[in-house]
Design a protein around this ligand. Sequence first.
Ligand code: NDP
Length: 452
Amino acid sequence: MESINPATGERIADIPAWDDAGLDRALEAVARATPAWRDTGFGERARLVRRAAAELRARLDEYAALITREMGKLLRESRAEIEKCAWGCEYYADHAEEFLRDERIATDAGTSYVACQPLGTVLAIMPWNFPFWQVFRFAATALMAGNTAVLKHASNVPGCALAIEDVFRRAGFPPDVFRALLIPTALVERVIADRRISAVTLTGSDGAGRHVAAAAGKHLKKTVLELGGSDAFVVLEDADLEEAATVGAAARMQNAGQSCIAAKRFVLVEAVAEPFLARFKERIRRLKPGDPMREETTLAPLAREDLRRQLHAQVTDSIAAGAKPLLGCEPLPGPGFYYAPSILDRVRPGMRAYEEELFGPVAIVLRARDEADALRLANDSRFGLGASVWTRDPAKGERLARAFEAGSCFVNGMVKSDPRLPFGGVKDSGYGRELSAHGIREFVNVKTVWVR
Ligand code: NDP
C-alpha cells in the first residue's frame, strides 16, 4: 500500500500489505467480537458512535490534513468531509433505534411482528475520493445496526484506513468491532468467500462492482453497490442562468471533479446554451490550481497519475471523434497530478466522453432542442446515480425529477448526500441504498416472528 502526495508526486509512506495469515488473524478477532456487539443495546452503541463523532471533531485538523496529503483534495473540502462524518455518526446515534424498532403487524397469530436484527460482519470495499465519508457513511449505519465491520480501503489511502480504525479505538469501541484490513485486491475474493463475512458493500467503479458482485453472488452474500455516475445537469429555457452557472461549476469541480455525484453532463436547451456557457466558462476559468493546503487554491490535483492519464485519454479520444474543447482539456505541467479545468462541447453518442464517467475537472456539454429532448438526453446514459434540473417553474422541475432515471433528483440544487435521505443508484450506478432508514435496513435480517 503506498501513499503518494498528489500535489507533489512525492512518496509519503509505504505500508506493507498483509499476507494470508495476517488476514486470517484479523477475521478471527472480528468474529470473536461479533456476538457481544450484536447483544449490545442501542443506548450503548449510540454512546460510542457519538464518541466517535466527538473524536472526529477533536482531531479535525489532523484528519483533514491526512486526507489532503494522501489524495490531494482541498484542505477546506477535507475539513468539511470530517464534519460530515461526525454529523452522520450523530444522526444514526439519534435515529437507529427508531429505524429498526419492531414493527407489529396484525395477522392470524396472537402476536406477529418484524424484528430487524444484525447480519454479522460486513465487508466494506471503499474508494479514495471521500476516504473518510464513504467509510463513515457505511460504518455509522452498520455499527448502529449491531453489525461488526471490516474495511478494505483503496490502496492509495492506507493512512486514512488506519486513522479511521483509530477513531473507533479512541472512542472506546470494544476491540475488533471495526478493523481495517491492509490487503491487496487479490485477497478480496477470499474475504468475500469466508464464512465469517455475512455481506459486502462496495463504493467505486462499475468494473470493481461487477467483480465483487460476481464473487458475492457465487458465495450468496448480500451486496450493496454504489458505483459511478454521469449525472446530468439540465438547464431549461426558464432557468436562473447566473445561479445555474455558479452551482454547476461547483457541482462539476468539487473534489477536482472526482465525485460520483458530480454534475458531469451539462444538458443545455439550445435557446440558453450560449448565455449559460458564457457564464459557466467564466466561473470555471477563474479556478486556481495550486497547493491544496493553501486557502487561496480552488482546484486540487487528481488523486493519482494513472487517473489523470485515463482522463486525458478519454478527452483526447473524444476530441478525435469530433468533440470541441472550449476550455482546458490538457494536463497541467509541473509536479503533481493537475489537470486543467475543462469544458468539452459538442459531445455525441459513441464518444468516450458520452459513454463513460469522466472522473476529473472536465464538464461535457450536450445540446438539447427542447425540454423533451433534454429529458431524453439526460436518461440516455448507462448510469443512473443523480440528476439535477434548473427552471423557475418548480412544478415543471418536479415533473422532470420524477422522470429522470436516477436515484437522487434535485430541482434547482446541487446533488448531494444527506444522512436523512436515501442515497444510491439505478442502472450501472449500482443497487441498494445507503443513509436514512433505507440504508440501515440493508444489512439486517428482516425477521418475521409469529406467536400463537
Ligand atoms: P476502483 O473502483 O478500482 O476502486 C475502488 C475500490 O475497489 C478500491 O478499494 C479498490 O482497491 C477496490 N477494487 C478494485 N477492483 C477490485 C476488484 N476486482 N475486487 C475487489 N475490490 C476491487 O476505482 P479506481 O480507484 O481505480 O478509480 C477508477 C475509476 O472508478 C474512476 O476513474 C471513477 O470513474 C470510478 N470511481 C468511482 C467512485 C465513486 O464514488 N463512485 C470512487 C472511485 C472511483 P484498490 O485500490 O486496491 O484497487
